[in-house]
Ligand binder design. Structure first.
Ligand code: NAP
Length: 271
């Protein structure tokens, strides 16, 4: 790790992104601003975008691994994680590296990373609980969850966490299991409702209430994220199926209650 001081009190690191899609690009802008040196590799060619951002892009994962990263940050889709990791020639790594993932489910990458990575690699599982829309105006007071799964080099781990601390994130250390249990009840439900509102094609009307504007915003934000993300939230969080059933049952109960109320009212007026 080089030692040039940053205004944010994080020390400059070499960070390599595996997967340079929408979320990685969003994170990378802040990392660059903080003074870190970034490398990236991805299935698609992002060399033009990367050169505009001052990031070295590698078409070949082998040369990416030779690039002497302090941290390798995995930001591929949830669904592609096993395929992406298994296609990396990890024996090319010249030194122990901190692997960090930012996937929106946590038990799944924890298990895959423990299976696939060399024993000498440290592992930090994280979930920044925000994205390009909610984090567009800065990361202050936004939640950042993490579990130190296998950390021997505490310095590099805490230096990585400082990237988010120094932006004002609320740092939440918890197990991956606890994350998935809570995220199924919160983030997954938000996405499920947003997708349902997308199916209904709701749009603003000339007489919107504030409540309805919030619903349109939820729908727009959710529909701007990939279908792979939504599928991953369901397939690889073992608590999600139950929450989807709870949502379905709740909607059914609300409908039944309204029908019953209507029937009772009609009976009263007929008497
Ligand atoms: P995403 O659709 O979940 O992932 C897109 C990324 O996955 C791209 O880098 C893409 O590479 C790569 N990818 C997809 N299929 C692949 C395959 N078969 N082989 C190799 N690479 C593949 O969209 P995202 O929003 O950028 O999310 C990236 C990660 O961040 C996800 O794990 C997500 O859960 C997590 N995350 C997202 C948010 C958010 O707000 N969007 C917030 C927190 C965490 P190419 O672009 O090169 O095709």
């Amino acid at each position: 790790m080089s030692s040039s001081a940053l205004s944010s009190s994080s020390t400059s690191m070499k960070i390599g992104f595996v997967g340079f899609g929408r979320f990685a690009q969003f994170l990378a802008k802040t990392f660059v601003r903080q003074g870190h040196t970034l490398h990236a590799t991805s299935r698609s060619d992002y060399s033009t975008l990367c050169s505009q951002l001052g990031i070295q892009f590698y078409r070949e994962v082998t040369t990416f691994l030779d690039a002497d990263n302090d941290v390798v940050l995995i930001s591929t889709s949830i669904l592609s994680l096993p395929e992406v990791l298994r296609s990396m020639p990890l024996d090319r790594l010249k030194k122990p590296v901190l692997f960090v993932d930012v996937l929106s489910v946590k038990e799944f990458p924890r298990e895959v990373l423990l299976q696939v990575l060399p024993e000498e690699s440290d592992i930090l599982c994280t979930h920044p609980m925000f994205g390009p829309v909610s984090g567009n105006d800065g990361w202050r007071d936004l939640n950042f969850m993490y579990e130190k799964v296998r950390i021997r080099d505490e310095d590099i781990c805490s230096n990585f966490l400082k990237i988010f601390e120094s932006e004002g994130c609320r740092m939440l250390e918890m197990t991956c299991e606890e994350h998935d249990r809570l995220a199924a009840k919160s983030q997954f439900i938000t996405h499920a409702i947003g997708r349902a509102l997308g199916e209904m094609e709701i749009t603003s009307t000339p007489i919107d209430t504030k409540g309805f504007q919030t619903l349109v915003q939820v729908k727009d934000t959710v529909m701007s994220s990939s279908l792979d993300l939504f599928s991953g939230l369901f397939m690889h969080n073992r608590f999600a199926r139950q929450e989807l059933e709870n949502l379905e049952n709740a909607l059914h109960k609300v409908k039944e209650m309204l029908i019953q109320e209507t029937n009772e009212e009609q009976e009263k007026t007929e008497c």
